[in-house]
Design a protein around this ligand. Structure first.
Ligand SMILES: Cc1ncc(COP(=O)(O)O)c(C=O)c1O
Length: 358
């Protein structure tokens, strides 16, 4: 790129410094993106195909897909007038940030956390403060309260990715009620934890809750998420969304997922049991520190080089996430919980890595 091309861009663009990429070698066992380890059963996929086959593909979907939003709202326990839907919760996070952040405004993003928050905040030129997680990477509400004082927005994930930590609901309620900032609470891993702030959105005008179908509902490939806010705020956030953002295929799949959520829930229980089994196993190794997790992944630290451990595991066909480049996580790796046999393969590959990496 020559100098003339560079002049087109706003100077704060993260892409000018290389942007965000993910190293994804081809491995038989993929435990690096906190996905659901179980694909949809064939009969449910067939049901989606049949629903979509009979719809007119030449027409736009409804301008506001009210019936669809009503089903999503009922599923998550919100009123339809509080819900916006999008291609993954990332798209809605984008709408919220575009509506609230700009140069000279502060956003609090406790670190370490999901990379996309800072990426978008940087894109918009906002000032980022990273307070909010203590030395054990647990939420520190006093630090959050202080950081929020002059902030426009605070964004936090509960359970947090990659730490697995959760915020106490009473602390969160106090923070939202006493703060002038907008609180964006990302509940991407809600189903593995079970606590939600959705109820608070009915009364708090400064709260947004994000949900995704990418994790417990096994729909990452189709891209679907939603957000819940106070009914007065919804049209304002909605105006920062592209029209017709959801396609008919995604909507048919999400309706099918909702109707079959009970079946999918058994996988959530199995994932939680496996998470606790693997955490116990990891705690048996000397030199390995395991962070408590309420999500479908585990963060752990090793005294060996995390990059070398990661590479040795890739050689054995097991892909986990090297998060040692994240702030404060120089020694850490993250493993997503898979099917029992995949988790056993993870343990075997880790044991191998610990014998070959100094
Ligand atoms: C905290 C958090 N929020 C959101 C997402 C992505 O959600 P979506 O697939 O709905 O965009 C992830 C994915 O890893 C995540 O960890």
């Amino acid at each position: 790129m020559n100098d003339t091309t560079l002049k087109y861009f706003k100077q704060q663009l993260p892409g000018l410094a290389g942007g965000y990429t993910l190293d994804v070698p081809d491995c038989a066992i993929k435990l690096n993106q906190n996905e659901n380890a179980w694909d949809w059963p064939a009969h449910l996929k067939q049901e989606v195909f049949e629903r979509v086959r009979d719809l007119p593909w030449n027409r736009y979907p409804p301008f506001t897909p009210d019936a669809f939003v009503g089903k999503v709202a009922a599923h998550i326990g919100a009123e339809p007038g509080q819900v916006l839907v999008g291609n993954g919760s990332n798209e809605l996070l984008y709408s919220v940030f575009v509506s609230t952040l700009e140069r000279g405004r502060k956003v609090v993003i406790p670190q370490p956390t999901f990379t996309v928050y800072k990426l978008l905040a940087d894109l918009l030129g906002a000032d980022v403060e990273t307070a909010g997680l203590d030395d054990e990477l647990q939420y520190d509400s006093a630090a959050l309260e202080k950081a929020a004082e002059d902030a426009a927005v605070v964004v936090l994930a509960t359970p947090n990715n990659p730490t697995g930590s959760v915020i106490d609901p009473t602390d969160l309620e106090h923070l939202v009620n006493t703060s002038g900032a907008l609180w964006v609470v990302d509940e991407a891993y809600f189903e593995f934890h079970g606590e939600t702030a959705i109820e608070l959105t009915r009364s708090c005008r400064n709260l947004v809750v994000l949900r995704t179908f990418s994790k417990a509902l096994a729909t990452a490939g189709l891209r679907f998420g939603c957000m819940v806010c106070h009914p007065e705020a919804r049209p304002i956030f909605g105006a920062a969304k592209l029209p017709y953002n959801l396609n008919i295929f995604t909507m048919a799949a999400v309706e099918t997922a909702i109707e079959n959520a009970v079946t999918m829930k058994t996988r959530v229980e199995e994932t939680k049991r496996e998470r606790d089994r693997i955490a116990r196993k990891l705690r048996e190794y000397t030199g390995v520190k395991v962070y408590p997790s309420r999500a479908n992944f585990i963060l752990f630290e090793t005294e060996r080089s995390p990059r070398d451990v990661w590479k040795a595991m890739v050689e054995r066909g097991v892909l986990i996430r090297d998060v040692s480049g994240y702030p404060r996580l120089g020694k850490a790796l993250r493993v997503s919980i898979g099917r029992p046999e995949e988790n056993d393969a993870f343990i075997k590959a880790l044991e191998y890595a610990m014998t070959v990496v100094a």
